[in-house]
Design a protein around this ligand. Structure first.
Ligand code: 13P
Length: 229
């Protein structure tokens, strides 16, 4: 299993350090075949001890240059960061990232050998419109994306399940991951209100190779509980 924590715009540099120090104890007793990834805010990117991969939540597809407010490859290389989240629905919706922008980012970080956690997910009205609508929507989010990239991980995060406390039903996750599996051989993560109370059920679903956790991973004890369950 892959356990990934997306801090979003939470935690500071100092609280991330305290978090990572405590997480190191969990990592020492995790199952050796499991992987743990943490995506702190850009201000807390650093090197941390333990069997954990630190990733960037976002970066601009440039080595360095005149892109006010963004970070590029040079800022990630300083801390040996080689993993990045691309396509998160919050960036697509709140920051207006188009599929074209997302695909450009993907191509750049692929070219630079990054492990890419590529996020897709449909809004509620699409889910309510039925399976065909979901399929069309999700597959459109693969436009311009090299699905055979060997360092690809795909995270399915239905938008209506993010931060709402309402995870998708197991049957919905199973059906959607089954659909995605027809196109993908890479690890498939589920995200959207994953928490200690539902991690075992979600982890047991076919074609779920891991989880991408927001709110319930902000507290290190809660994230640790999920890793050790
Ligand atoms: P929540 O776990 O808070 O629903 O967030 C999921 C998510 O968006 C992770 O990227």
């Amino acid at each position: 299993m892959i356990f990934a924590a997306n801090f979003k715009t939470n935690h500071t540099r100092s609280s991330t350090r305290a978090y990572m120090e405590q997480l190191a104890q969990t990592l020492a007793s995790k199952r050796p075949e499991d992987r743990v990834l943490v995506f702190p805010p850009a201000t807390a990117l650093d090197r941390y001890d333990g069997d954990v991969t630190i990733g960037a939540q976002n970066a601009y597809p440039v080595h360095k240059g005149a892109v006010t407010g963004e970070i590029g490859l040079e800022q990630l290389e300083e801390f040996g960061i080689k993993t990045i989240l691309i396509g998160h629905s919050e960036r697509r919706e709140l920051l207006g990232e188009s599929q074209e922008t997302v695909a450009k980012k993907f191509a750049f970080f692929k070219e630079n050998g990054f492990e890419i956690v590529y996020c897709i997910g449909e809004p509620l009205e699409v889910r309510e419109a039925g399976d065909d609508a979901v399929k069309t929507y999700l597959f459109a989010e693969f436009e311009g994306i090299d699905l055979s990239y060997e360092k690809l991980i795909v995270a399915y995060e239905p938008i209506w399940a993010i931060g709402t406390g309402r995870s998708a039903e197991s049957e919905e996750i199973a059906a959607t991951h089954g659909l995605l599996r027809t196109k993908l051989s890479c690890p498939l993560l589920y995200g959207g209100s994953v928490k200690p109370a539902n991690i075992s059920e979600i982890a047991a679903i076919g074609n779920v190779d891991g989880v991408l956790v927001g709110s319930a991973a902000l507290d290190v004890e809660s994230f640790s509980e999920m890793i050790l369950k």
